[in-house]
Design a protein around this ligand. Sequence first.
Ligand code: GLU
Length: 481
Amino acid sequence: MTNNSTIRVRFAPSPTGSLHLGGARTALFNYLFARHQNGKFLLRIEDTDVNRSSPEMTDQILRSLQWLQLQWDGEIFFQSKHRDRHTAICRDLIQTGHAYPCFCTQELLNEKRQKNEKLGLFKYDQTCLSLSKTEVRKRLTENQPHAIRFHIPQGQTEFNDLIHGHTVFQNEEIDDFIILRTDETPVYQIAVVSDDHEMGITHVIRGDDHLSNTPKQILLYQALSWMVPQFVHVPLIWGADKKRLSKRHGAISVEAYKDQGILPEALVNYLALLGWSPGTDEEIMTLDSFTQKFALQAVSKKPAVFDTQKLEWMNGIYIRSKSISELAEIVTQQLEYAGILKPEDTSFSEEYIYRFIELMQERVKTVNEFVESGKFFFIDPDQYDPDAVKKHFTNEGVGDHLTQLIQRLSGLKKWNEERIEFEIRGLAEELGVGAGKIIHPARVALTGASVSPGLFEMMALLGCDTVEKRLNRAYDFILTL
Ligand code: GLU
């Protein structure tokens, strides 16, 4: 029986790029597995590739994880700080006969590779394995540059993947790979194995793209006489074209989804159900309820297809479940970010912003849509949608209708929804036209588009001065058609 409190997992991103959806889902599955079992969810930054890693990327990854509320336990483990230990392990492996120094130069290896490829051979030919002990000692004393290679034993390497089941690799298909480069830098395999051991990791949960690394890592564990952790490979995420999700599919970083107005709860909810299901029809779930129900064994073996529309649908549900004040905070930030509201501007009261949110909340799927489709609540439309113009501004008598509407509205003593509706319907009746003949052109005049929240409530919020100004502008525009 497993003592659940000993479960320790890690998310181990390389800070060579921002956190993308695949990484976020791996982090999420690690998080859920750990929380479900009362274990530890640790974070390791694999920053050993100094040319490709950067502290900015590390910050971005941390920000994205925090935004998704995937809080890790304890201190962050920075792989680069443990290089000496990684190097020492490589030397130990020589002592125990599991590794050997390789003096072949890069040129020689390239030459061999070219020759061997023609013969259909892809592995290192083990030249340096057959050097005598005396020869090796002599070369080492002479400080001859060398790498260290791990000697792959014969046989096969098997493991039981929690998602894929029993998995077997033939060792003869694995090269005597380098564990320490000539410049003394340890390779990924050795860093990962020694850090997972050092951190007491019990379950390595990572993307399917690491599957081919696993036999090499298991062989290292065995050579080092360390406990082999349980391996779990999570299937990748595909785009709609059934190809691995990449930049070609548009936004793939968590930050890009944030910028597009996706809420973190919605992204977490969507990613959790991408390739996993609680076994019920439930689709809207919180991180806590996922934590209660999560089981790695129920993750699908097949890649999951990412569906932006579904994510947006889910996001819409989260937007509608938020309180007006919560949304006001998020949307105000977006309006400021878009330059539509100035932080010091006091012309729009809190009450105005709350009502604006209320009118838009039912209609939007992303936070950004509040800005994109609702900016006319704050600034005059800078243009009229051409289709809306054709449909609603070119009809006979439309200019005249708008003039009469302006007159009627300017006489209003009380500016509220009911009075506005009363006047508009009254005018339509007087003119003997359907109310739509006034409502639609007025909507285009006020918003620039043919869809918007209800006209009367919108006019009530915009206020009589803005309404009058925009109706007059539209009238002038119609004259130019
Ligand atoms: N740093 C590796 C990556 O970002 C992950 C290594 C692992 O999980 O073993 O793909």
